[in-house]
Every structure is written in C-alpha cells, then in structure tokens.
Design a protein around this ligand. Structure first.
Ligand code: FAD
Length: 255
C-alpha cells in the first residue's frame, strides 16, 4: 500500500510525530512534525485524516468527543510448533468465566492465542504475568488441545480492544477513519473490514468536498454512527449466547 501511495505522488514520513496542529481560517491545516534524525518541520494540508487507530492521536489533540463503551483488552502471544504439524486454517473461540479466548492459525507453523477480558479483571488477577496467563490457558477445554506442543515466541503482550465512537463532525476539513472513527470488539470481526471501507468512503467524500459538495462528508459521519449503533446490538446478541456466567462482572456488563 505504501509503495502505491508513493507511485501516485504521495510522500511518506515514517516514524514522524505530529506535535502540534493549527487550523487556519480557510479550514486548511498547519502541522508541526518531529522526526528523530531529520528534526522539526512543517506540513501544510488542505484536509486531514486521523488513521492512527484506537488511540485516535489527532482526535485527542483536537479534543473531539470520544465515547468509550467498555474496557476490553487482549492479552495474547504468538506460538510456534517445534515439530512440523498440519494446522487447520481456522479460528476458534472459547468462552470462560472472565472473558473469552481466541486462537487462530498463522502461516509458518504459527498460531496466535489471545485472552479477551476487561482491564480491571486482568489487573485484579494479574493476567499479564506469564504464569497466571498460562494457568488460565491450561484450564481451557478446547484451546489447550489446539496448541499442544506449541511454544510461545515471547512474553504475553497486551492490546487495547475497547469499543469506541468518535464524533468528528464539529471540525471541517477533517475526518477520522478506521478505529480512530469507530473501534469494535474483535468478537464482531468488523475492525479490518470497517477500516478499509471507511477509508474508501472517506476518500470519496473528500473528493466530492473538493468539487464543492459537502454532503458526502455529512453522510460519511452519519453512516458511521448508524454502523456503530447496529454493531452495539450485534455485540449484545453475540454475548447473550453465553449464559453460564451471567453474574460474573465481564458477562454482566455485556448481556
Ligand atoms: C488483539 C486484537 C485482535 C483483533 N482481531 C481482529 C479480527 O480478528 N478481525 C478484525 O477484523 N479485526 C480485529 N481486530 C481489530 C483490527 O485490528 C482493527 O480494527 C484494525 O487494525 C484497524 O485498522 P486501523 O488502520 O484503523 O488502525 P491500526 O491497525 O491500529 O493502525 C493505526 C496505525 O497508526 C499508527 N499510529 C498510531 N499512532 C500514531 C501517531 N501518533 N502518529 C503516527 N502514526 C500513528 C500505528 O502505528 C498504526 O500503524 C483486532 C484487534 C485487536 C487489538
């Protein structure tokens, strides 16, 4: 994707931070950038996108309204099999008292295994500690069978996976896309599809905008709200299919 951007005349500034931004009266932007070796420089832009994921770096700098719906985190590890093994190319989910485990085959005799739970539950039970995480993994019924003879490549890592909606409608010449606009619980499998489709829709809306029609921008933002509302219903439906631990904090918050 990066080489396509360059082929079409785009410029990439890797490992560069935006440290400040100002919107001018005509709606255009002035961005103060910082690069480790090239130092400080300025970018002038007619339009700005925030595609920085759940952290929504620019949305936060602009103090836009962001609603966070839960505190889901994933604690996971990549595993590899020491002896050659035919791994079924599939994903598997197993629910447990404090959340759910996800396990998927990756190319090259590897798998990823992740426990999804709430940040407070993870903290209370110290599930970032490899021994506690491994103990919970060993207590699963099905996932443990799928990863038999696999070894972890590293200590468990932690990733934010909370649901979140950002309202960028108060700013002109600005759109958030992907997770920065709306972030979904991975149980929905909506994240990557939405990131790609929102980027395409935003590009189309901005194309109309520069030919004098701002309706595309408005409908882009309305569409995101309505996709997110549908998603909240869907999320409830998914979680309601598990009733065994309805009184446990993780499940009670969702069903
Ligand atoms: C553990 C886990 C499992 C998941 N599983 C699935 C799944 O099975 N299916 C699915 O569809 N989705 C899944 N998701 C969600 C999916 O990963 C995201 O929805 C998707 O990656 C969003 O794409 P994005 O481009 O918006 O953001 P990201 O993929 O987060 O990309 C954001 C980019 O911005 C860069 N960045 C961040 N801050 C800055 C900054 N300040 N300046 C410059 N660059 C910055 C980051 O380095 C990154 O390259 C999962 C998420 C998690 C956490």
């Amino acid at each position: 994707m990066l080489s396509k951007v360059v082929e079409r005349g785009g410029k990439i500034f890797p490992r560069t931070k935006c440290t400040n931004l100002i919107q001018k009266e005509n709606g255009h932007w002035e961005l103060q950038m910082k690069h480790q070796t090239r130092g400080d420089f300025m970018i002038n832009a007619k339009f700005l996108f925030d595609a920085s994921g759940r952290q929504g770096h620019l949305c936060r700098m602009l103090d836009l309204p962001i609603v966070k719906y839960d505190q889901l985190v994933g604690v996971g590890a990549f595993l590899h099999f020491k002896v050659p093994k035919v791994i079924a190319q599939e994903m598997f989910i197993e629910t447990v008292k404090d959340g759910w485990w996800y396990c998927a085959a990756l190319p090259g005799q590897r798998m990823v295994v992740t426990l999804f739970s709430d940040a407070d539950v993870i903290k209370k039970q110290q599930l970032r500690q490899p021994e506690n995480w491994n103990a919970l993994l060993s207590a699963t019924k099905n996932i443990k069978k799928r990863i038999q003879h696999a070894v972890a490549d590293e200590q468990p890592w932690v990733r934010n996976a909370f649901s979140q909606l950002t309202d960028s409608s108060s700013r002109s010449n600005f759109l958030a896309i992907g997770d920065a606009a709306a972030a979904f619980d991975p149980i929905s499998s909506m994240g990557i599809g939405f990131a790609v489709s929102s980027a395409c829709n935003a590009a189309r809306a901005v194309d109309y905008f520069f030919s004098g029609n701002a309706d595309g921008i408005k409908s882009y933002q309305q569409d995101i709200k309505s996709i997110f509302n549908q998603y909240l219903d869907l999320r409830k439906q998914y979680y309601r299919t598990e009733q065994r631990w309805a009184e446990e904090p993780f499940w009670e918050r969702r069903i």
